[in-house]
Design a protein around this ligand. Structure first.
Ligand code: SAM
Length: 297
């Protein structure tokens, strides 16, 4: 028997060795959760779910895939978010394209959708009009379109790049006919009293704090998705002002907010005629959401 027939190719190493070496490399570079990042990249290259990789650990990985893994690891080590390197990310069961055109959808934002779905008064409308302000990748509007087939959705962003990505994601998810994507600022362009709900994960980080964020955030994600002005509340004030005009009486407003913004957002909402203001926490117990209803019913 030829020597090469019973051994893997000289360039091939078992997956477990590549994962060990790759995670150690990312750890040395100070990347958080290095093993997870390495497994995500390997899973993408091997077309396997990350949690299914254990069955493949002893198997040799071909030289071409190992080289592709090394290229991905180098990008992550240089500070690029692993989600952008992967080029796609899951959000509430939808697989979305992600790249530098828009913010990477965060797990907390999945909880914002739960708040919208739980608003019984909203879903008593047969075909409620729901507006997603600052749609980014489209994650909020597309999830609502997927999970509430009766909803009529408009998704707005001031960034042409983000809108382009959101439209691509709508096509990718088979939801292109369900969401009307529009370029604009805020949500003031609707008829007064015509909208049932406004939902937004606006930029809410104070301008002075943005440069202090982790480098894989502030060096790679769009500034317009992060920077909420001097106190982080510029967009929230503007959207609240718009929402107070375009929502129906009793219409709902749902925000993702910063963990130190609860009292200020409550004030903004109450001073614009909103009632039943609720400030909610995320899984880690930090303030993350504000919901309210426009007075009038
Ligand atoms: C924090 S990102 C949220 C993206 C996405 N909705 C998500 O949850 O991942 C905020 C988005 O709002 C957009 N944006 C910023 N200011 C805006 C404004 N005045 N009107 C509409 N969109 C705005 C940004 O371009 C960005 O895409």
């Amino acid at each position: 028997m030829q020597q090469n027939e019973e051994r893997p190719d000289a360039g091939e190493r078992p997956l477990v060795e590549l994962l060990d070496a790759g995670s150690a490399y990312l750890e040395r570079k100070g990347i958080p959760s290095p093993r997870v990042a390495c497994e995500l990249l390997a899973g993408r290259l091997l077309n396997a779910p990350r949690l299914g990789l254990h069955a493949l650990l002893p198997l040799p990985v071909g030289a071409a895939r190992a080289a592709a893994l090394r290229r991905g690891l180098a990008r992550v080590a240089a500070g690029e978010p692993v989600q952008y390197v992967l080029g796609e990310w899951d959000f509430r069961g939808l697989t979305l394209t992600v790249d530098r055109r828009a913010l990477i959808p965060r797990p907390e934002t999945e909880l914002l959708i739960d708040h919208v779905l739980a608003a019984q008064a909203l879903w008593r409308n047969e075909q409620p009009w729901v507006v997603d302000v600052g749609t980014g990748s489209g994650c909020i509007a597309l999830s609502l379109a997927q999970e509430r087939p009766q909803a009529r959705l408009v998704a707005i962003d001031s960034s042409s790049d983000a809108l382009e990505l959101a439209r691509e994601n709508a096509v990718r998810c088979g939801l292109a006919t369900r969401v009307d994507f529009r370029k604009g600022s805020g949500c003031g362009d609707f008829l007064a009293g015509s909208i049932d709900a406004v939902v937004s994960n606006p930029p809410y980080i104070a301008s002075g704090v943005v440069p202090t964020l982790d480098r894989w955030i502030c060096d790679h994600e769009p500034l317009a998705a992060l920077d909420g002005g001097p106190d982080g509340l510029t967009c929230i004030r503007a959207i609240t002002r718009d929402a107070a005009m375009v929502l129906k009486p009793g219409g709902c407003l749902f925000y993702e907010i910063g963990d130190d913004q609860g009292p200020a957002v409550r004030d903004i909402l109450e001073s614009h005629g909103f009632a039943d203001v609720t400030i909610g926490n995320d899984w880690s117990g930090l303030v993350r959401f504000a919901t309210a209803r426009l007075r009038g019913v």
